[in-house]
Design a binder for this molecule. Structure first.
Ligand code: ADP
Ligand code: MG
Length: 623
């Protein structure tokens, strides 16, 4: 807190704000943050104590929207105006969803093209992006209300199997809701992060993430190595989840008359409100059975009852199907069950004891279930948000270099080896040479930033290449190599190619820089671009002049006998002029005087100049 950020677009200052993590779920959505004081992720809860916002949008006849629980209550009463599972439509065409059309109680437009689907409510049409944006707006509003500040930045999660179109649609929904979506991350990755798996450097883990939500199931096998998550395989069933369990219970009650022999209507067409009650009570029973052996309730005056054992028998085939998916995912990943280091349970339906036991038995290990399974994805998104905010430097999750990396060359110039936004891992190298005769070492200073002068950038490291055998200036060939490996560590090495003398150093380039600092550095480079060009030109002219002076000076001491007295005098005169120009920091004059001195001395130099030296000086920069 207390930091100030600069908006790169407007150039205005803005107070640092919390970046939120959002789980935009098929059934429920929620928003989480990492607390500044405890550094723990927490789901944001309204006074009602509920973090989950049902992913349901209701439109009234005037087109006004309600989102969440109030909308959910209208699901059965007004099916054509109450939109659920919009996530299933994200980034899809009608052709993509046509075979599932029966699932949706609302009207999906069949325009028989491969354009993106729209949902019709009354006379209006809504894209899934708009529908999702209503949910995101609600989450944003909630977060702002709870945090008492504006919220404009978010990390949003998507299933690992989401394709580019679906991810882009999610991003667009965020933008439409007034959120700057800093990153889209995979739900299983988020869940692993919430448990702190793979948080440490040099940690390698293979993780199975079992996600059983309201209407979807997926299993993902991930590896995490040095902060880089890789999805090895995913499997699942997009129409299998907790809702199916509810339906099984509802049918069970419909088919088995209650003890008081009051029938709630086997197979008959229940009226909508009764239907609604039946579903709600069924879900209640399912949740109750998580911690109890029997549920007893009442629907419209009729007693209903179900035991844990009866429930388990009902859902056994469902659970078996998820285990088969796990088997397939493991096969696709080419792994044996004992190679899994951790199993993460995600989704409200993993609270069901039979589910937990079956998954644990399949992998032969205890599952990670200490975090709230319907919050864990949002919590992980918040952890990622916290990393992006620069608050968590212990963890690294990098994919591109945020700023350019380079070394200092003669005159304090920044010579970029790896430009910003390069994908990692990446490698770059360049040759440099010495400035002085017999120079035994070379100082390699590594900088990060966009400015032309290193003094305006951030120094990351410095080391010396020593033991270069005595050679004339310009002759050594020092190859400097930058390598950023997959774990984000920059390795800089320098080798003098003629002698083989080598030296290297490891640098952690991104550590300690917040997004705001990166932004500021980029902004600086824009506002100072003109100054920088001028300075660079001056520095380059000075460097060249200095080299010219050194070479000439050296020549004069070495080959004094080859020159006439007038020649020596003239040369020294021109050298003084050039030195004056350098002191005056007058770029044009420096260049002019350099040329004059060059013209004067070229004829002598040509007399003796070592061909090898001339050669070596060509096309190489001097450190
Ligand atoms: P999604 O990821 O699809 O948005 P969630 O992870 O929020 O879904 O899971 C919602 C499902 O979890 C619902 O079917 C809900 O009934 C179920 N659920 C929530 N709590 C429990 C519980 N205690 N026992 C069993 N199922 C539960
Ligand atoms: Mg989910």
């Amino acid at each position: 807190m207390g930091k100030v950020a600069i908006n790169l677009v407007t150039g205005s200052l803005q107070q640092e704000e919390t970046i939120v993590g959002i789980d935009l779920g098929t059934t429920n959505s929620l928003v989480a943050i990492v607390r500044g004081d405890t550094h723990q992720p927490i789901a944001l809860k309204e006074i009602d104590g509920l973090a989950l916002v049902p992913s349901i949008v209701h439109f009234d006849v005037y087109g006004n929207t309600t989102v969440g629980n109030p909308a959910r209550e209208l699901l059965i009463a007004q099916p054509e105006r109450t939109i659920y599972s919009a996530k299933r439509l994200m980034g899809k065409s009608y052709q993509d969803v046509s075979h599932d059309a029966g699932f949706f109680a609302y009207n999906i437009i069949d325009d028989d093209t491969d354009a993106l689907v729209k949902v019709q409510v009354g006379q209006k049409f809504y894209s899934p992006i708009e529908l999702s944006s209503y949910i995101l707006k609600e989450l944003k509003k909630r977060a702002e209300h709870i945090l008492k500040t504006t919220v404009t930045k978010a990390v949003i999660t998507v299933p690992a199997y989401f394709n580019d179109a679906q991810r882009q649609a999610t991003r667009d929904a965020g933008r439409l809701a007034g959120l700057d979506v800093l990153r889209i991350i995979n739900e299983p990755t988020a869940a692993s992060l919430a448990y702190g798996l793979g948080a440490k450097q040099n940690e390698e883990k293979t993780i199975a993430v079992y996600d059983l939500g309201g209407g979807t199931f997926d299993i993902s096998i991930l590896t995490i190595s040095n902060g880089i998550f890789e999805v090895l395989s995913t499997h699942g069933d997009t129409y299998l989840g907790g809702d199916d369990m509810d339906n099984l219970i509802a049918r069970f009650w419909q088919e088995t008359p209650g003890e008081g022999d009051t029938d709630i209507g086997i197979g008959s067409s229940l009226d909508r409100s009764l239907m609604q009650q039946l579903r709600i009570t069924a879900e209640e029973a399912k949740k109750h059975l998580t911690n109890n052996e029997v549920f007893e309730g009442n629907i419209n005056g009729t007693a209903v009852r179900i035991t844990r054992q009866e429930f388990n028998d009902l859902i056994q085939p469902l659970v078996d199907r998820t285990i088969e998916s796990c088997q397939s995912a493991m096969q696709d990943a080419g792994l044996k069950n004992e190679q899994i280091d951790a199993i993460v349970m995600v989704g409200g339906s993993t609270r069901v004891p039979l589910v937990k036991e079956s998954v644990s038995a399949f992998f032969g290990k205890e599952v990670h279930d200490s975090l709230n399974p319907d919050e864990v994805v949002a919590l992980g998104a918040a952890v990622q948000a916290d990393i992006l905010a620069g608050n968590n430097t212990e963890m690294l999750l990098l994919d591109v270099t945020p700023l350019s990396l380079g070394i200092e060359t003669m005159g304090g110039l920044m010579d970029v080896l790896i430009p910003r936004n390069s994908k990692i891992p990446t490698k770059a190298g360049r040759q440099y040479t010495t400035q002085k005769d017999g120079q035994p070492g070379m100082r390699i200073s590594v900088f990060q930033g966009e400015r032309d002068l290193v003094q305006d950038n951030r120094k990351l490291a410095e080391f010396s290449l020593t033991g270069i055998p005595g050679m004339p200036a310009g002759l050594p060939k020092v190859e400097v190599t930058f390598l950023i490996d997959a774990d984000g560590i920059l390795k800089v090495s320098a080798t003098e190619l003629r002698s083989g003398v080598a030296q290297s150093i490891d640098v952690k380039p991104q550590y300690g820089l917040t997004d705001e600092e990166v932004e500021k550095m980029l902004l600086d480079s824009l506002t100072h671009a003109k100054d920088d060009i001028k300075t660079r030109a001056l520095v380059e002219a000075t460097t060249e002049a200095q080299q010219m002076l050194d070479t000439t000076e050296k020549f004069l001491t070495k080959h004094r006998g080859l020159l006439a007295d007038e020649e020596v005098e003239l040369t020294q005169n021109r050298m003084d002029q050039l030195r004056e120009a350098i002191n005056a920091k007058d770029k044009d004059r420096i260049q002019q005087e350099t040329e004059v001195l060059n013209d004067v001395s070229r004829p002598y130099a040509e007399r003796v100049m070592d061909a090898a030296l001339k050669d070596a000086m060509k096309g190489k920069k001097v450190i």
